[in-house]
Design a protein around this ligand. Structure first.
Ligand code: SAM
Ligand code: SF4
Length: 329
């Protein structure tokens, strides 16, 4: 059995973007109230007294948009200061990164994943639901600044949407030829928004690989923290290409993670809510961290049975009611 040692911590369910595949404009999301967020202190209690004693050593901060969380730099400093932390990473849309990258780096963050679905301003703005001044440039500057500051590996996440950005796959892959960047193509998942793209919402990774193979060739590669991605590189390139194929392949057997939502729900699987535990209410009602740890230990033992494979039995109607921004992507 895989050891489960990786916790993805959502810090906030809000976002300054409205990506079509995540929280499209017009979708009536009900945001959490601030007092419903796990506080900085509660997050640290849970890490120190629940997760670390159970063997968790790798953490990722995500959201919603984690850079909107007011204490983000302090949280990074707190978590990297825990002696048991082996790895701390963040996933962000980079819009505020140009002014925050140095502070995050100085607080101890070394790994960052940035969402960038297009190199074309209009397509980018369309995907993120922006109608005002283009937001592409500021996002790009955030990426450049993260690179300058020294984040390594610096990964770019691309959700490939047929008819929207699939024609850019080769251009996005080409970014890795002379930069030490890692571009990862993600199959769109029908979470909370299944009807959005109609019948053919996602393109199998193998189809993308075939296009790149024909253009430049592809060889197998490795990278730190590749998680569920299959990693390749263009021969001679400085960076790598990752393919995350949760729709066309099943990698449940490789899964090493749990997810903690901004309001303190611990989920064993992205798409299966079976067994989830409300740790925040537990803490606030005075359940001791030791008792909570026992609940989490039990959930961990059930995890191999609760997975993406059983996604249609994991929720009441076989539908996923929470979007990625609410679960913590
Ligand atoms: N706001 C940050 C960002 O966009 O990087 C962090 C949170 S976002 C929910 C985390 C990741 O989930 C992003 O890389 C995003 O592209 C991905 N994501 C969101 N909705 C998705 C979906 N329906 N299918 C596949 N990936 C999705
Ligand atoms: Fe915001 Fe990230 Fe979701 Fe886009 S994918 S709406 S940036 S949380």
């Amino acid at each position: 059995m895989n050891s489960i040692d990786y916790l993805r911590i959502s810090l906030i369910d809000r976002c300054n973007f409205r990506c079509q595949y995540c929280m499209p404009e017009g979708s009536e999301l009900e945001y959490l109230l601030r007092q419903e967020w796990l506080t900085r202190e509660e997050i640290l209690i849970l890490l120190r007294e629940v997760f670390i004693p159970l063997g968790f050593t790798k953490f990722r901060l995500t959201g919603g948009e984690p850079l909107l969380r007011p204490e983000i730099v302090d949280l990074v400093r707190d978590i990297t200061a825990l002696p048991e932390t082996e790895d701390l990473a963040m996933t962000t849309n980079a819009f505020y990164l140009a002014k925050m990258a140095q502070d995050l780096y100085d607080a101890g963050l070394r790994r960052i994943n940035i969402s960038l679905d297009s190199l074309d301003r209009d397509t980018f703005d369309k995907i993120i639901g922006n109608r005002g001044k283009s937001r592409w440039q500021k996002t790009w500057e955030g990426i450049q600044e993260a690179y300058r500051v020294g984040f390594d590996p610096l990964k770019l996440n691309v959700v490939v949407i047929p008819g929207v950005n699939d024609r850019e796959v080769a251009d996005l892959a080409a970014l890795t030829r002379d930069r030490h960047w890692h571009v990862r193509f993600i199959e769109f998942m029908p979470i909370g928004n299944a009807e959005l793209f109609g019948d053919r919402a996602w393109i199998p990774s193998e189809e993308l690989r075939q296009n790149i193979r024909e253009k430049w060739g592809l060889e197998s590669a490795e990278i730190q923290g590749n998680g569920p991605a299959d990693v390749f590189k263009i021969p001679g390139a400085k960076g790598t290409l990752g393919f995350i194929s949760q729709m066309s392949e099943c990698f449940c057997d490789r899964c090493n993670r749990m997810r903690l939502s901004a309001d303190g729900w611990l989920r064993p699987c992205l798409l299966n809510e079976t067994g989830q535990i409300d740790l925040k209410t537990g803490l606030r009602e005075g359940i001791s961290p030791r008792q909570l740890r026992e609940q989490v230990r039990e959930l961990l033992s059930l995890k191999p049975e609760i997975n993406f494979k059983q996604r249609d039995s994991g929720t009441e109607q076989g539908m996923y009611t929470r979007t990625m921004s609410q679960i913590g992507g």
